[in-house]
Design a binder for this molecule. Structure first.
Ligand code: NDP
Length: 491
């Protein structure tokens, strides 16, 4: 094979391969110059009269102007959801299922359009939005459509009643997928929703509004209010919202927890992470390297469950690091719409500055930085895939969520030490274990204080599999049967 015969230096400089551009066409996609709010099944001009721009982070071009919802707008959306609730909840469950199947089907039909817009608005490589985000989002609707008329089997001997209006606030790293994680179980259980997408990535939610119209979903069952954090706080704080679901930073999660305390609202929080990806000396190293790369460089590291701390058994540190550095040198950074791109644009200037600040702290605190040679485009927000060695557990890069393509490498000698170090974090969302021994996988999984533990793989998702955290990573589960629980009252 050509790759095996190339010298490492050739691979490292990229001289061995040239990729011809392979851009995904975007001329089939229509992005409106402005978007209103989606309330009661219609496009509604914002009472606030304010709008904000959403920008392509790979080019810094303005894609569209989006409405910024104020208190009156949010109240209209919650009122629309509340008045749709009675008849939606009373529909025969199989009819509700039919709407969800229809939405799933339409998402599949419009998959290319959704993927291109997701990539343009958020900066993620098209191969990820096309092969991961959009198919998984459609699969979520498909999966929960299946539960809608089987709630009595989901919760045997209990009656599962919907709660009312769900207020849902989502982040910018997986905009459409997080929308699906929130809306699909809520609707399946008979609730109605008001959803606020993130300020930097509202466009696929607006396209989803169009899909709701196309699916002839009854007006008011889904309402979408765009805006910044203030709009989010209006949604989560509205007195007629019965259930709050939030994915985002731990800092904002804590604010919301305080806001809803004592109101009787149900709350689920899916917050930050600082996951350990643990490689034992008997692991298949080439596979592990792929898992490490997927764990931290997928979606530019904008992943709450990213394997941002690599724990390597000391005896294999040398060979593993050598392989990892070679692999990093082959990652292609650039135009997110190019089908060959591995690393796209950083989602926003603000996030880029945060990454730069934390990386600078790593250097200042004495860790050793490695970045492969690669040219950054002239415009847009970019950050090279980065790894740090010589990292101490006290370093900020080992403790704080960077949410960027930055890996902190630490070592361990014994399984007990690996457990100790992996759990030495305020977070507890995910972990990865790489070893040849099945018994060790089980031993480790039992001891990890993490909601998800992947074994000899990483960042695998399935709608039937619950996802969520411990400690400062939040509480409640999304996905699977467990994902229905926060949306029902059991009697
Ligand atoms: P936020 O937690 O601020 O954003 C998540 C969502 O909450 C957005 O829709 C945001 O709106 C909204 N929001 C902000 N403030 C409030 C509030 N007081 N009440 C209700 N909703 C609110 O994350 P950021 O986008 O600011 O990112 C900051 C850091 O958070 C990142 O660097 C990363 O480390 C971490 N993060 C973690 C995520 C995860 O899944 N674990 C996801 C996103 C970020 P708006 O978009 O307008 O700010």
């Amino acid at each position: 094979m050509a790759i095996a015969s190339r010298k490492p230096a050739e691979l490292a400089t990229g001289a061995a391969f040239e990729y011809a551009p392979a851009p995904e066409a975007s001329d089939h996609v229509k992005i409106a110059s402005r978007y209103d709010l989606f309330i009661g099944g219609k496009s509604v001009r914002p009472h606030s009269k304010h709008r904000f721009a959403t920008v392509n982070p790979a080019t810094e071009e303005v894609l569209s102007e989006v409405a910024e919802a104020d208190e009156v707008d949010v109240d209209r959306a919650v009122t629309a959801a509340a008045s749709a609730f009675g008849s939606w909840a009373a529909l025969p469950p199989a009819r509700r299922a039919r709407y969800l199947f229809r939405i799933s089907r339409l998402m599949q039909e419009r998959a290319r359009e959704l993927a291109v817009i997701e990539t343009m608005d958020g900066g993620k490589p098209i191969k990820e939005s096309r092969d991961v985000d959009v198919p998984l989002a459609a699969a979520h609707f498909f999966y929960y459509a299946g539960w809608a008329d089987k709630l009595e089997w989901a919760f045997p001997n209990r009656r599962a009643l919907p709660l009312g209006v769900a207020g849902q606030v989502i982040p910018w790293n997986f905009p459409l997928l997080m929308l699906a994680w929130k809306i699909a179980p809520a609707l399946a259980a008979g609730n109605t929703v008001v959803l606020k997408p993130a300020e930097t990535t509202p466009l696929t939610a607006m396209l989803f509004a169009d899909i709701c119209v196309q699916a002839e979903l009854p007006p008011g069952v889904v309402n979408i209010v765009t805006g910044a954090g203030g709009t989010g706080a209006l949604v989560t704080g509205h007195p007629n919202v019965r259930k709050v679901a939030f994915t985002g930073s731990t800092e904002v999660g804590k604010l919301i927890q305080r806001q809803v305390a004592g109101t009787g609202k149900r709350l689920t929080l899916e917050l930050g992470g600082k996951a350990a990806n643990i490689v034992f000396d008997d692991a298949p190293l080439d596979q592990a390297v792929e898992g490490i790369v997927n764990g931290i460089y997928f979606n530019q590291g904008h992943v709450c469950c990213a394997g941002s701390r690599l724990l390597v058994q000391e005896s294999i540190m040398g060979p593993l690091l050598e392989k990892l550095k070679l692999r990093l040198a082959t990652l292609r950074l650039g135009d997110p719409l190019d089908k060959n791109t591995d690393i796209g644009a950083i989602n926003s200037r603000q996030q880029l500055q945060k990454i730069e600040g934390l990386v600078a702290s790593g250097v200042a605190e004495g860790a050793e930085i490695y970045q492969p040679e690669c040219r950054l485009p002239d415009r847009g927000y970019w950050f090279r895939p980065t790894l740090f060695t010589g990292v101490a557990q006290s370093h900020r890069i080992a403790r704080e969520e960077i949410f960027g393509p930055v890996l902190a490498v630490l070592t361990f000698r014994t399984p007990d030490e690996a457990v100790e170090k992996a759990n030495n974090t305020p977070y507890g969302l995910s972990a990865g274990v790489w070893t040849d021994k099945g018994s060790r996988i089980l031993w480790m999984a039992e001891r990890m204080r993490a909601g998800v533990v992947w074994a000899n793989t990483y960042n695998r998702f399935d709608p039937s599999s619950p996802f969520g955290g411990y400690k400062e990573s939040g509480f409640g589960r999304e996905g699977g049967l467990q994902g229905l629980l926060p949306y029902v009252e059991l009697s």
